[in-house]
Ligand binder design. Structure first.
Ligand SMILES: Cc1ncc(COP(=O)(O)O)c(C=O)c1O
Length: 417
């Protein structure tokens, strides 16, 4: 079978896909596994009940049910949903937006596929434009999305100790070069895999660099505010005409409805709607139908602030405590300050083996984590740090997280002995 370069690029097996398959097959055995590797949000009982009740309400209304399933929506999304999202953001943050600034995609991953390719690759003049990731490590889901190779460049962060066994990454603005080959700048906030939340100053600085060059700044708000609000710091979401902000219904407990939301200037929204029509014809309406009344009433804020955020904050603090107890003084480790998302990012300074090898050894003991190597892409210079970190999800049951951490501690102590 002869296929195109495009076909080759997107059908090639990637490292992370192999790893995810590996995680999946590890889970299919009969032995108890400690799944700290994936990015699935937790099923929070009070929240699941809200989705079930809302679905029941739709089922009980033939009109609503037929409207949800029986029609194609516009490629921009359901008008009613676009209106309530714009209203929420306008009222809460004072952003000057209307429904013409909002579009829906089949998951925010899908929005990134379009935008990362819209602003990278060869332009009409034949010039290669690149996406700049100003702070590595960054979300693995972007890594293989560019249609043209060599489309991503990224920067090493400043690593600053912020407490006992705690550090935080900051953007190194002194080293950050936004050359004229850069087509857009991209960050996730909170960041998957580290739980970092870029400060308001960092975002303002990036936004002004982007504006100076007339290129967009993508801010991936999949874990951010106003929903799902898995964010433990008091920071403001920032938006302007030059920022493309994406949001998602996944991490509030609805990953299967595949609903991403993009807030951007009207020109960008028109371009995205056109792409939606080509790639998807229309957007799945279930997530929009399910959540529109809750967004209109503000109930989505209560769910986020009173149920979702406290649930994850408690789990994060508890997991950190378990790590301190299990690692003690005999392991040289530091945890990235947990400011949001579902993950802890642990740095082993003196491991003696790569975290890929640690991953293999932990897998043999039924504990699944993600080795840090995968989250540093677009970097040309070598950096030891890439092989010294792991990502661990704390969204699983307390028993799984605690036991998993105990086994990690035991394995690392064995290596360092
Ligand atoms: C930072 C970040 N962005 C985007 C996504 C994609 O989310 P979805 O396509 O489910 O909206 C994820 C999923 O884990 C993520 O962690």
């Amino acid at each position: 079978m002869e296929i195109s370069l495009f076909g080759e690029r997107f059908s090639a097996r990637t490292g992370i896909q192999e790893l995810m398959d590996d995680l999946g097959s590890a889970l299919s055995g009969t032995e108890k596994t400690y799944m700290l590797g994936g990015g699935n949000p937790a099923l929070i009982p009070e929240v699941s009940r809200i989705w079930r009740d809302r679905m029941q309400q739709i089922l009980d209304s033939p009109f609503e049910f037929d409207r949800m399933l029986g029609y194609y929506d516009t490629p921009q999304g359901k008008r009613e949903f676009l209106v309530v999202v714009a209203e929420l953001l306008r009222e809460r943050y004072g952003w000057r937006i209307s429904e013409r600034n909002v579009a829906v995609t089949n998951g925010s991953q899908n929005a990134f596929f379009f935008f990362l390719n819209m602003f990278s690759g060869r332009n009409r003049a034949g010039k290669l434009r690149k996406i700049l990731f100003p702070l590595m490590p960054e979300y693995i889901g972007y890594a293989d999305q560019a249609a043209e190779p060599e489309s991503f460049v990224s920067c090493r962060p400043i690593v600053r100790e912020t407490g006992d066994h705690e550090f935080k990454y900051f953007i190194d603005f002194d080293r950050l070069q936004v050359g004229d080959d850069i087509g857009a700048i991209c960050v996730s906030r909170p960041t998957n895999p580290t739980g970092n939340v870029l400060t308001d100053d960092e975002i303002h600085h990036l936004a002004s660099l982007a504006a100076e060059r007339s290129i967009p700044l993508f801010v991936d708000n999949a874990y951010g505010t106003p929903f799902p609000h898995i964010i433990f710091e008091d920071v403001a979401p920032i938006w302007n005409d030059n920022i493309i902000m994406s949001m998602s219904l996944s991490k509030i407990g609805l990953p299967s409805v595949r609903t991403g939301i993009v807030v951007a200037n009207e020109e960008i929204i028109e371009a995205l709607s056109a792409a939606n029509a080509v790639m998807n014809l229309a957007i799945g309406g279930i997530g929009q139908a399910l959540t529109a009344p809750l967004i209109r009433s503000g109930e989505i804020l209560r769910i986020s602030n009173e149920l979702v955020m406290p649930f994850y904050r408690k789990k994060s603090r508890q997991a950190i405590e378990w790590i301190h107890d299990a690692f003690g003084d005999s392991i040289d480790y530091s945890i990235h300050r947990s400011e949001g998302s579902l993950f802890l990012w642990i740095w082993f300074k003196e491991l003696g083996i790569s975290t890929m090898e640690l991953y293999r050894r932990l897998k043999a003991r039924s504990v699944l984590i993600i080795p840090g190597e995968y989250f540093f892409y677009g970097m040309s210079a070598p950096w030891d740090h890439r092989e010294q970190c792991i990502r661990l999800s704390y969204a699983q049951s307390d028993e799984t997280v605690e036991q998993g951490i105990t086994i990690i501690a035991d394995e690392v102590k064995k290596i360092q002995r």
